[in-house]
Write a protein that binds this ligand. Sequence first.
Ligand code: G
Ligand code: G
Ligand code: MN
Ligand code: NA
Length: 251
Amino acid sequence: LELLRDVRAAIEADEFILYYQPVIDLESGSVAGFEALMRWAHPEQGVLTPDRFMAAFEDQDLSLKLGDVAFETALKQMRAWLDAGVEFGRVAVNISAAQFRSGRLAEEVQERLARWGVPCDRLTIEVTETVYMGWASDVVSDTVRKLHAAGVMIALDDFGTGYASLANLRQFPIDRLKIDKGFVQNAEDAAIVKAVITLGGSMGMKVVAEGVEDQDQLEALAAYGCDQVQGYHFSRPMPPERVPGFVDGFV
Ligand code: G
Ligand code: G
Ligand code: MN
Ligand code: NA
């Protein structure tokens, strides 16, 4: 309760910011884009990760407010990078279940993109398997369908940790399948990782491996035909001011 009160005050004080983690395209060897990850720039405790304020994402009202902050912050940042000629590719924003509840998320996102003058094809939305399979699947399906039709890319996050089957998921227009880092990091799950990459490819989705921390993991993923990778091996999530330098220095 105290945490929720503090989060509410911190939203008012603009203490929530986004860090950006690069997503690397293995075929071209270039930066495909960045995932935007929320951080709390706490005045006393420093930069906090979401595990320190997870309860806020579970609160309906606060998770809507944080969702607004994430979108506005990401779009403002993309506008600035576009103006400065920074080749950031696409930015992926994580969406929580609460944000679908209004039934107007697709319209809201398109209004925001238009307001900031950011093209739809600069944005990816990440939705977890649990959200797809959870509350009002038809609302989620309808929303992602509209966004996909407008050119926003749709990524299925944390794939393999929930209970969705690929057969269920065929009703959603999914562009990217993100294999959860748990599978990527466990050598015993190599067969699962391989199978997901093959299956994703045959369903017309690009597959992104999360949590790549070392060269061995990277080489295995490349051998399996994984399309894109993300993880500490390339970079931890970074503050936006480090993005232009990362893009310039990445070969
Ligand atoms: O960075 P990491 O500790 O950065 O993030 C932890 C979890 O918090 C991840 O599951 C991530 O998807 C989630 N998360 C990070 N930023 C956001 C956000 O802006 N919105 C939502 N809904 N979840 C987020
Ligand atoms: O949105 P999602 O649940 O996919 O959030 C990604 C989470 O994974 C974030 O907390 C991010 O900081 C974290 N992360 C990104 N790369 C790595 C990595 O290589 N190793 C580990 N342990 N965590 C990572
Ligand atoms: Mn994510
Ligand atoms: Na994930």
